[in-house]
Design a protein around this ligand. Structure first.
Ligand SMILES: N[C@@H](CCC(=O)N[C@@H](CS)C(=O)NCC(=O)O)C(=O)O
Length: 435
């Protein structure tokens, strides 16, 4: 069972692994750090696979150098204590003692927070993050219920404590703060933006204080509040996602990782394939960049739109009405607008062949998404299918010589008049430009 000669912690960039790794660095402990997803043929990883068939991380193997006996540990909370307790007790390190809790009550309160964050808080958080990045299917009711669970925890547990006290336990910073803050880093990466932070000043104050502490500062060095929330990737209702569009992981990883647990998997690098629309070559008459300049710099109705219709070349370009197929699932208008923002982000690979606007019309709990998009060529698909959720929208070709279609395009791009839906006029609540 030897195969390794040095105490080892197995982990990677996932959030449960960052504190064990930081403890090793900060206190200069005698542990190697091994990522079990790379060098899978190495002795260390073979041993990991054998000893820890669930292939969870972090895990730890300690070695008693005198006897050669190994000690194996899983579960992040146990690992944190295994690393810190000897520093506090044997080495009498005051900081280690403080952060694990100096008295029985403090220690058990720290454990209470670690356990709570690692379970009740972590489950809905990871699930909503995964729906946002598409590693789990988007299901609106599950997503909304998870967000509600998280909000309830923030409002009923974190906010009252952090309004009355500086830290989660006692009057000093502890492991509870460090561990919770690492999970909050994920929250701020996916489900909370600047607006949310403004509405939660006590939480933000605490997060800023904890994340600046020298012990954990390197973990948070790239932190910035999101200006805007990413939207969940809607599930495809009509067709299974194409294989090559699925989040990429090695076969081995796929076999060993339930989606919910794969919370920190690095996005696989995009393959640089040539865009199919490149084959159409440069358009000879209508210059998309010039149109984008006109639209951005000129008044839309009086100048930009007339320029468009004068210069548009229907032999090389087409304009499409785009309707979101699942308007009945939309709730808050800002969330619908986030959905559009996410869709446009995912279209970025095609943006040099496209221009358009999608608007959100109506009000909270009664809204819809519609728009008009210009694309190179006569088919919408090559331009749109770069976005994994393109099938959540219906596409209808518009005829710019038809007065109604022309008016529709003008209304979508000028965005200043209500949208007619089944004969009823609905105000535009928000929208986004793809350019
Ligand atoms: N209960 C365990 C859960 C460990 C866990 O699920 N870790 C995640 C990464 S944060 C994992 O290893 N997932 C499986 C995988 O990625 O293969 C703990 O608290 O340490």
């Amino acid at each position: 069972m030897s195969l390794i000669t040095k105490p080892t912690i197995y982990g990677n960039q996932r959030i449960r692994c960052v504190l064990p790794q930081r403890i090793v660095e900060y206190f200069q402990l005698d542990f190697s750090f091994v990522n079990p997803e790379i060098n899978v043929e190495s002795a260390e990883v073979k041993l990991y696979q054998k000893l820890f068939p669930l292939k969870k991380i972090p895990t730890l193997i300690d070695i008693d150098y005198k006897t050669g006996k190994q000690f194996h540990l899983t579960e992040v909370i146990a690992i944190l204590y295994y690393l810190l307790e000897p520093l506090a007790v044997e080495k009498k390190d005051a900081f280690a003692k403080q952060i694990i809790g100096s008295s029985l009550q403090e220690k058990t309160e720290v454990l209470k927070w670690l356990s709570f964050v690692n379970s009740d808080f972590q489950f809905p958080l990871v699930n909503s993050m995964n729906q946002i990045r598409g590693t789990e299917n988007y299901n609106k009711s599950v997503f909304d219920s998870n967000i509600a669970k998280i909000e309830s925890i923030i409002d009923n547990v974190f906010t009252p404590r952090l309004t009355a006290y500086t830290y989660l336990v006692g009057e000093d910073i502890t492991l509870a703060d460090f561990f919770a803050a690492t999970w909050f880093l994920r929250g701020f990466g996916f489900i909370w933006d600047k607006k949310w932070a403004q509405k939660h000043p006590a939480v933000l104050r605490w997060f800023n204080t904890v994340s600046k502490h020298e012990f954990v500062a390197p973990i948070f060095k790239d932190f910035a509040l999101l200006d805007q929330l990413p939207s969940p990737v809607p599930k495809k209702k009509e067709q299974k996602p194409k294989k090559e569009k699925a989040p990429q992981a090695s076969k081995k990883e796929k076999a060993s990782k339930p989606a919910e647990e794969a919370e920190e998997a690095e996005p696989a690098p995009e393959k640089k394939a040539r865009h199919p629309l490149e084959a159409l070559g440069k358009s000879s008459k209508f210059v998309l960049d010039e149109w984008k300049r006109q639209y951005s710099n000129q008044d839309t109705r009086p100048v930009a739109l007339p320029w468009f219709f004068e210069n548009f070349d229907p032999s090389e370009w087409s304009v499409w009405r785009v309707d979101y197929k699942y308007n009945d699932e939309l709730t808050m208008t800002f969330m619908s607008n986030n959905l559009v923002g996410g869709f446009f982000n995912r279209l970025s690979g095609s943006v040099k062949y496209m221009f358009g606007c999608l608007v959100v019309y109506g009000e909270n709990n009664d809204n819809g998404i519609v728009g008009a998009v210009l694309v190179r060529g006569q088919d919408f698909k090559p331009a749109f299918e770069v976005a994994p959720d393109w099938e959540s929208y219906a596409y209808t070709k518009l005829d710019v010589t038809n007065e109604d279609d022309k008016k529709f395009i003008e209304n979508m791009w000028a965005w200043d008049e209500p949208v007619a839906v089944d004969g009823v006029k609905k105000e535009i609540a928000d929208g986004k430009v793809l350019k």
